[in-house]
Design a protein around this ligand. Structure first.
Ligand code: 5GP
Ligand code: ZN
Length: 138
């Protein structure tokens, strides 16, 4: 995709601090890291979200995560690590090319998700299960 920043990085049209790459995926350092060592792993091919990428190709992206997570934890002396992924602007996606964030974390580093603990009312969780299984064709 011509205008896509990550396609340009993958193709070498834009500079990036690359770490590893293979036929299917490329990993590079995020230019505006949450913490130093923040890594992005992207598929070479342009897909906007996880709803668009075939599972096998996402698998190739995810294969890079464990070794990178171990290496960056060692180098940054991190206490922990987040691996996450955004899809569409309402979920925080600013670059519409699938990417997985690997973020080294340190005790009291001030990065908070504000995780919400929602609740299901009576029967709602079962209706949700039924709806998802139906959409899956189960
Ligand atoms: P999102 O907000 O879509 O989940 O994550 C996009 C990430 O891409 C952000 O963390 C942002 O800092 C990073 N980013 C955006 N443009 C560039 C760029 O040109 N080079 C690099 N290395 N990272 C970028
Ligand atoms: Zn792209």
């Amino acid at each position: 995709m011509k205008a896509c920043v990550f396609c340009k990085i993958v193709n070498g049209e834009l500079p990036a601090t690359k770490l590893i790459e293979d036929k299917k995926a490329v990993a590079f350092l995020d230019i505006n890291p949450v913490n130093h060592g923040h890594i992005l792993v992207v598929p070479r091919k342009h897909y906007e979200t996880v709803m668009d990428i075939p599972g096998k190709e996402l698998g190739k992206v995810m294969e890079m995560v464990p070794p990178l997570a171990k290496a960056v934890t060692e180098v940054t002396n991190a206490d922990g690590l987040n691996v996450f992924q955004t899809n569409k602007p309402c979920a925080g996606q600013t670059v519409p090319h699938v990417h997985v964030h690997i973020i080294p974390r340190h005790k009291n580093d001030g990065f908070h998700f504000g995780w919400r603990q929602g609740r299901y009312s009576e029967g709602e969780i079962d209706r949700m299960q039924w709806g998802i299984l139906k959409a899956l064709g189960e």
